[in-house]
Design a protein around this ligand. Structure first.
Ligand code: C2E
Ligand code: MG
Ligand code: MG
Ligand code: MG
Length: 282
């Protein structure tokens, strides 16, 4: 983690969320050969059961970019640039294949979640590339979760619904990420069955601070999800206080620094070796 946390002259760079026009131009230039020169890697953050022993249910794959000029660049900064330059399609395809291959090294039953941008989801041949990744790695479809945000329903909503429906019929799991932060209506929930809704961290923070509006929103989201037979994951639980608050709401799963930061693939694997050897954690 040392590379990310300090010692980097461009440290302040990654903390500014949005790149300005000049930065975007330079980042785009660097992004163009980042894939070919192996500047990307994945980290994995555990997603645990909200109840019982908080067993690991799966991991979310999170893309990391270590550029020779800029050092670590935050995905919050480079993903939008990659999207605009349409580089998100080849980059996203790399993420998908790498995550599926990595997940094969974990016990059966442990899932892997991959974030998918709207431009990637609606790009020509996306479903085929997912099928190919599963085929080439041997990962069963039900162990792959694709995370999309509400933004996919704002633009080109019809096409997104079609693609999600095809993915769903293949047995792939679908998650709605950052729920409650988008601008779209709830109507799409009647057109496409999500397996999981991820309640955005902003509501978790508010609820833990006793903000009545955030508490009411989480309760309403969990009640709606239950009624629709959709599971819920609370995002970004950092401490015991937030955990205690979240546990009252009946979310099914929890993800956050409290249970584990995004970590290197080998560290994720070690979480299983540390428990009872030669026994599946599923
Ligand atoms: P996301 O999909 O909502 O991922 C969760 C983000 O929250 C991650 O940030 C994770 O490190 C952070 N997080 C998790 N637990 C906590 C916590 O307890 N406290 C706090 N403060 N943060 C927490 P990260 O890795 O910087 O990624 C940011 C976003 O970039 C992701 O948000 C996702 O939208 C996007 N992203 C990351 N990897 C990919 C990718 O492969 N493809 C695409 N299209 N987008 C990606
Ligand atoms: Mg996500
Ligand atoms: Mg999220
Ligand atoms: Mg979020």
């Amino acid at each position: 983690r040392s590379k990310e946390d300090g010692g980097n002259v461009h440290h302040s760079y990654q903390h500014k969320l949005h790149a300005n026009a000049e930065e975007r131009r330079v980042l785009e230039f660097e992004l163009r050969n980042a894939l070919d020169s192996n500047q990307f890697y994945l980290e994995y953050q555990p997603v645990v059961d909200a109840n019982g022993e908080h067993a690991i249910a799966g991991f979310e794959a999170l893309l990391r970019w270590n550029n020779p000029k800029f050092g670590m660049v935050s995905p919050a900064k480079f993903i939008p640039v990659a999207e605009d330059a349409r580089l998100i399609v080849p980059i996203g395809n790399w993420v998908l294949r790498q995550a599926c291959a990595d997940a094969m090294k974990w016990p059966e039953g442990i899932k892997v979640a991959v974030n998918v941008s709207v431009d990637q989801l609606t790009s020509q041949g996306f479903v085929e590339s997912v099928v190919q990744a599963l085929h080439d790695t041997g990962l069963p479809a039900w162990r792959l979760e694709l995370e999309v945000t509400e933004s996919i329903f704002v633009r080109d909503g019809g096409l997104a619904v079609q693609v999600l429906d095809r993915l769903r019929k293949l047995g792939i799991k679908l998650s709605l990420d950052d729920f409650g932060t988008g601008y779209s209506s709830l109507g799409y929930l009647s057109n496409i069955r999500f397996d999981t809704i991820k309640v955005d961290r902003s509501f978790v923070i508010g609820a833990a601070k006793g903000k009545a509006e955030c508490i009411a929103i989480i309760r309403a989201v969990v009640a709606m999800a239950d009624a629709l037979d959709i599971a819920t994951t609370a995002e970004g639980v950092e401490n015991e206080n937030e955990l205690a608050m979240i546990q009252q709401f009946g979310c099914d799963k929890i993800q956050g620094y409290y249970f584990g930061r995004p970590m290197a693939f080998l560290d994720a694997c070690a979480l299983f070796q540390a428990s009872v050897p030669s026994r599946s954690v599923a």
